[in-house]
Design a protein around this ligand. Structure first.
Ligand SMILES: *Cc1c(COP(=O)(O)O)cnc(C)c1O
Length: 372
């Protein structure tokens, strides 16, 4: 079969499809001591703080690695060794936070919710009142395992009122769903280069309240993961501690320029909303139903029930859609057979309609009936 050498579109929650400009920004080499590169880092950090209106209260600490590295670094740096973290758990990324805390030897209290239930601020309040030993709450904003959006503003208000620290995993929502540090107080918020900012993967970053960061000396178990050490070094020298992910920073710098040109968070949120609506409507049209009800569904990623048919098989389905130029994502649910489709990345509703077409044609080819 004749195939064209063209990248497939990534319908995944990171890595995701990036623009040509973002890719082209990586066609240079930079020295880690070079002023031009270090200016670029500083400018990226300043813009990242501005996305959540944190200037004057919060600072940005970038960290080499994927998003999980930054989550682990934040928990290790901010939570004292005798601290205790409440983790509202309604999905895979919440569960990952619990696993990290186990590795770090920090005490955790799990507050379980079903995977189709948002974290409940009243239940969080009750858990905090019941246990004054809890020092922090670690909350995933958009739980990418399903696409469910947790009520961050209400949770933040409860945590602030009860005087505990809030650590937010906003990895898949940052820059696409509004978070305002002036009205939604938090100690730290974690995100990464390769999600809604549409950069390439390779660095995480933490927007952290400066006073909280400065008070965290001596807590971290790990040199490489110590956010305070990273920040202090960067303040002093303008350089990254240890080899920086130079190409990732350059791509993120260019991706941020396009984010602003598009119209910032409001415009990106509108585009992802249009992608998500086109996806759900198109998939419904061929008989595929989303796992979450509309009220809980974020615009970031949609979990769909897999067709209940003996000829359906995810591996063959994935490959068929892949052959048509699109990359889907497996489901992360244990109870129900699902698959996921991301709405984020350099994509428009026009691309989404082609994804739906590829899904329908693949299912037809597999002998799995679809609605006309
Ligand atoms: C992507 C993501 C992460 C980080 O995952 P990595 O694979 O380490 O990049 C963490 N939390 C959420 C909610 C995410 O979507």
């Amino acid at each position: 079969m004749y195939t064209i050498d063209r990248d497939p579109l990534l319908l995944t929650p990171g890595p995701l499809t990036t623009s040509l400009r973002t890719k082209q920004a990586m066609l240079h080499d930079w020295g880690s001591w070079d002023a031009a590169f270090n200016c670029m880092t500083a400018e990226v950090c300043r813009q990242l703080v501005d996305v959540v209106h944190g200037a004057g209260t919060h600072v940005c600490v970038p960290l080499q690695g994927s998003g999980t590295f930054a989550v682990e670094a934040t928990l290790g740096t901010l939570v004292p060794r005798d601290g205790k973290v409440l983790v509202p758990n309604n999905g895979a990324y919440c569960a990952r936070i619990l696993k990290i805390l186990t590795y770090l030897g920090r005490e955790a209290v799990e507050l379980r919710f079903a995977e189709d239930q948002p974290a409940d601020p009243a239940a969080i309040e009750a858990a905090l009142l019941a246990d004054p030993g809890i020092t922090h709450v670690a909350q995933v904003h958009c739980e990418t395992g399903t696409g469910i959006l947790n009520p961050l503003a209400d949770i933040s208000a409860v945590v602030a009122r009860l005087g505990r620290g809030l650590i937010i995993d906003a990895m898949s929502s940052f820059a696409a769903i509004e978070i305002d540090a002036r009205t939604v107080p938090f100690d730290a918020l974690i995100a990464a280069s390769g999600k809604c900012l549409e950069g390439v993967p390779g660095m995480g970053f933490v927007i952290v309240r400066q006073s909280i960061l400065e008070a965290s000396a001596g807590r971290c178990h790990s040199l490489a993961m110590d956010l305070l050490d990273q920040w202090v070094y960067m303040q002093k020298t303008t350089q990254w501690r240890f080899t920086p992910p130079t190409h990732v920073v350059a791509a993120l710098h260019e991706a941020l320029a396009q984010f602003h040109e598009e119209g910032g968070l409001a415009a990106r949120s509108t585009r992802y909303g249009a992608n998500c609506a086109a996806l759900i409507e198109g998939m419904r049209g061929i008989g595929l139903k989303p796992f979450l009800p509309p009220a809980l569904q974020s615009n970031i990623i949609v979990t769909f029930h897999a067709p209940k048919h003996p000829r359906y098989d995810f591996t063959a389905f994935y490959q068929g859609v892949r052959d048509r130029g699109f990359i889907l994502y497996p489901g992360k649910l244990t109870q129900v057979d699902t698959f996921r489709v991301g709405c984020i990345g350099a994509l428009t509703p026009n691309d989404i309609s082609q994804v739906v077409h590829a899904v329908a044609s693949t299912l037809c080819e597999m002998g799995v009936p679809v609605l006309p």
